[in-house]
Design a protein. Structure first.
Length: 51
């Protein structure tokens, strides 16, 4: 996931949280449901900044 585009990461985490994306056997959905908007934004910046 390192270097992924910020907007992509944020969109996917929100999709898992809102159960619009479900191809994860429930793992990402259960984790993403605990994330706040700020958490998702911070994760997006973190992952986008990894090289």
């Amino acid at each position: 996931m390192a270097g992924q585009n910020y907007a992509y990461v944020v969109a996917q985490l929100k999709a898992f949280r809102e159960r619009r994306r479900t191809n994860d056997a429930g793992t990402m959905t259960s984790v993403a449901r605990t994330l706040s908007e700020t958490d998702i934004e911070n994760l997006g910046h973190f992952l986008a900044g990894l090289r």
